[in-house]
Design a protein. Sequence first.
Length: 116
Amino acid sequence: QVQLVESGGDLVQPGGSLRLSCAASGFTFSSYRMRWYRQPPGKEREFVAAISSTGGTTNYVDSVKGRFTVSRDNNKNTMYLQMNSLKPEDTAVYYCKALGYRYDYWGQGTQVTVSS
């Protein structure tokens, strides 16, 4: 059974940090490109960050460059998103996505709220 389970979301003050995790099971994690998306309240889901299957290549939406870092541990079948200098506009449900040659998978999301 394929599963992507996000965790680490929380309420944090502006300027704070969080680390999200995306734990994968039921497929060959190391063969999949991975992405983070987010959906702010009342808005459409948007791309945040991507990482290649080996972790050697990453890219980010401009609004998080220099603040967020995506990484993965293929031995632990887990992807991470380190989020620093958080802003209220980072408030959203954060989702991970696995992209394969034939199938894509989504997690259920984790809530991040940035507020004082």
